[in-house]
Design a protein around this ligand. Structure first.
Ligand code: NAD
Ligand code: MG
Length: 389
């Protein structure tokens, strides 16, 4: 019996994880579920999976959650502390599927408590890659990438000598605005950005896909997960979203990972690791698909991607700042305070400010320093938005 915790259980990744667990209930015991505003779903899942602890991210929903679960024997918690505390419950495997930097601490705590960490929350790797890797190493737990591209790289590397890696190619669907002109993209609304041609995901990552902030985070995530340099990471636009990533080796060979655009593959791979088991995903019919297309990303339409390479060069805390400034810029775009391409302008201005002040000399393995830099990025982003828009 594998004991599991699922952070961000009510979201898109959390629900796909529970879908796999539901199909093999005899193999798993769910110990912790956390959610946010969607209390109905959290309560339904709690009643179905009967975890030890259920936590809502928001204090103001605590009372209602407690009432709705009264008499079940399930412990109820709330807020950042409630989530972090629940992550200290020892389990075998934890799914990190909270969106944003809020996922960092629960992921670290889960690893410190001995859980292998299935990492959907790319933001923790972007903000604190060295600390995440160190924590996994020190606690002898696996860090299993769930982002489809990184799961693809991880799978392509099984049995390979990592020293023989020459390059990694991440594919990008191009998001909602793949075929839009620069003028159209400039005027894009949150509603238009929140639809994805291939993947069914949470609102924030879907908008990040349209702006390629998502791919930008993934470039940084790849550097941190696989210890790569900037020149080793490439991005190509591949509209079919079936070839998720390729690894190029010293001998010129490329290992590609191909699969349907269904996150249950990567989640299931991490859940079954190191074994492979049956997963209920579509079997691709290559003849029906007919072709795979590739093109270079347009860095004028997607400035977020250009900035990610600046982060790779800058190192230090630039990932934490990049991510937190992006989260604030995304909030402002969703609230229609700033335009679609203004998000990258905000992030660029914040990166410049932070590094003019050369605040990157502190120890990058210290969580408090990461959180401070995350905070600085948020304050500066708010100031830039006030000043410019
Ligand atoms: P989502 O918005 O559907 O779900 C997010 C979950 O986090 C919900 O349970 C929500 O209640 C919770 N949450 C939100 N804010 C929180 C906070 N401040 N504190 C605690 N909990 C909070 O998001 P998603 O699409 O499932 O994505 C989750 C993570 O997985 C993100 O990091 C995303 O980048 C990554 N990811 C998602 C996909 C996908 O297909 N959806 C693919 C690859 C990676
Ligand atoms: Mg991805």
């Amino acid at each position: 019996m594998k004991h599991l915790s699922i952070f961000g259980a009510t979201g898109s990744i959390g629900q796909s994880t529970l879908d796999l667990v539901r199909r093999n209930k005899e193999l798993y015991s769910v110990e912790v579920l956390t959610g946010g505003r969607n209390l109905d779903r959290l309560v339904d899942n709690a009643l179905e999976f009967r975890p030890k602890i259920v936590v809502t991210a928001y204090e103001d929903t605590y009372q209602e959650l407690k009432e709705r679960l009264s008499g079940t024997g399930i412990e109820v918690g709330s807020g950042v502390n409630g989530i972090n505390d629940s992550a200290s419950l020892p389990v075998d495997w934890a799914m990190s599927a909270i969106v944003g930097a809020a996922g960092l601490e629960p992921g670290l705590r889960a690893m410190q408590s001995g859980a292998d960490l299935a990492l959907a929350n790319k933001e923790s790797m972007v903000a604190a890659g060295p600390l995440m890797r160190q924590t996994s190493f020190e606690n002898d737990v696996a860090l299993l990438p769930v982002d489809s591209e990184h799961s693809a790289v991880f799978q392509a590397l099984i049995g390979e000598d990592r020293k023989a890696i020459e390059r990694v190619i991440l594919t990008a669907s191009g998001g909602a605005f793949r075929d839009w002109s620069l003028a159209e993209i400039t005027a894009a609304t949150p509603e238009q950005a929140a639809t994805h041609p291939n993947w069914d995901m949470g609102q924030r990552i879907t908008i990040d896909s349209a702006s390629m902030f998502n791919k930008a985070l993934e470039v940084i995530e790849a550097k941190e997960l696989f210890n790569l340099s900037a020149s080793q990471i490439e991005v190509v636009v591949h509209p079919q979203s079936m070839l998720h990533a390729l690894v190029g080796f010293q001998d010129g060979g490329l290992m590609a990972h191909i699969g349907p655009a269904d996150m249950r593959h990567a989640i299931g791979f991490a859940l079954n690791y190191p074994n492979r088991s049956y997963l209920p995903v579509e079997r691709l019919d290559l003849v029906k698909i007919g072709r795979f297309d590739f093109s270079a990303p347009d860095l004028v339409k997607y400035p977020a991607l250009r900035l990610a390479y600046d982060v790779l060069e800058l190192g230090g805390f630039s990932g934490a700042v990049y991510n937190s400034a992006k989260e604030i810029a995304l909030d402002a775009f969703i609230a229609q305070r700033i335009g679609f391409l203004d998000m990258a302008k905000v992030v660029e201005a914040v990166l410049e400010r932070v590094f003019i002040k050369s605040m990157s000399k502190e120890n990058i393995f210290c969580l408090e320093n990461v959180l401070n830099m995350d905070h600085t990025g948020r304050i500066y982003a708010k100031e830039e938005i006030e000043k410019k828009f």
